[in-house]
Design a binder for this molecule. Structure first.
Ligand SMILES: [Zn+2]
Ligand SMILES: [Zn+2]
Ligand SMILES: [Zn+2]
Length: 284
């Protein structure tokens, strides 16, 4: 699997355009990997995790076309992860040529929320109706959490996230060609139910990507902090959930408590994990 990080920031981007805090000023000064867009991940050239607000900018900036994307796994409907205007802009009605049908996978709650927003703020149409999906070149699939499903070359298991409970937020294990990754964004401390399911399905991850909203000096709350990322990585290793060469990456990084990229990399190195950045490509 080829992983391309299209964005690695928390909800407010990093630097936050309106913010003069030390972390934002430092990131502006350093540029490069310190500049983070809102989180989204591209797997190979056909699977997207989150139809996020910055994917157009990411595609342009990192020279990474989304023309072959035919699957999207949506974590939840928060605005830093889901921009429904992309469903309109990628449709033939808006002049898009040659895009495959987009198979959009999400929880029932996320789809209900998305349908409300789409009808109220965007098109006035019912997103879930077959006619709307047809004109959008879209096919919607409801995910049953903790029950693996397959499409294309992928086998996916969705786990309830400890985040936005009324929205059915999901985390994903994606397996393909004998390799396996875990995308753990957005979430606070993983539910025991998720750990049990990792074991039930005998999962062994080659790459783990974890929510790192809060930095080294902050406690976690509705998202993980640096120290909780360290604890989660340790528990995964101790419980045999990682392959011997597995790599753990922080993403969804907020400006309030995290330093600019090079300093965060130094901290992470001392604690056995790595820090993702926008445009990072990993071969798994
Ligand atoms: Zn988020
Ligand atoms: Zn700031
Ligand atoms: Zn969220």
């Amino acid at each position: 699997m080829l992983l391309t990080f299209l964005g690695t920031s928390a909800a407010n981007a990093f630097p936050e355009a309106f913010c003069k805090c030390n972390n934002c000023e430092q990131a502006r000064y350093l540029g490069g990997p310190s500049l983070r867009k809102r989180s989204s991940l591209l797997i190979n050239d056909d699977l997207l995790i989150d139809l996020g607000p910055d994917i157009m900018a990411a595609s342009q900036f990192h020279g990474c076309s989304l023309t072959k994307v035919s699957y999207c796994l949506q974590t939840h409907p928060h605005a830093d992860h889901l921009d429904l205007s992309h469903l309109l802009s990628r449709s033939p009605e808006y002049g898009v040529v040659g895009a495959p049908c987009l198979n959009f996978y999400a929880s029932q709650e996320t789809l209900q929320r998305a349908a409300q927003t789409f009808e109220r703020d965007l098109a006035g149409d019912n997103l879930l109706s077959p006619d709307t999906q047809k004109y959008l070149n879209l096919k919607i699939h409801v995910i049953d959490p903790l029950h693996p499903f397959t499409f294309g070359n992928y086998r996916v298991t969705a786990f309830p996230a400890n985040h936005a409970p009324s929205m059915g937020a999901l985390l994903y294990a994606v397996e393909s060609n004998g390799k396996s990754i875990f995308y753990g964004i957005d979430t606070a401390t993983l539910f025991e139910q998720a750990w049990q399911a990792f074991h039930q399905y005998k999962m062994k991850f080659d790459v783990v990507i974890l929510d790192h909203t809060y930095g080294p000096e902050q406690p976690g709350s509705d998202h993980l902090s640096a120290h909780q990322v360290i604890e989660h990585a340790r528990r995964m290793r101790n419980e045999g959930l990682l392959t011997p060469d597995a790599r753990v990456f922080a993403s969804h990084i907020a400006h309030e408590g995290n330093p600019a990229h090079p300093m965060l990399v130094e901290f992470a190195k001392q604690h056995g994990y790595e820090v993702a950045f926008d445009g990072l490509v990993l071969e798994v």
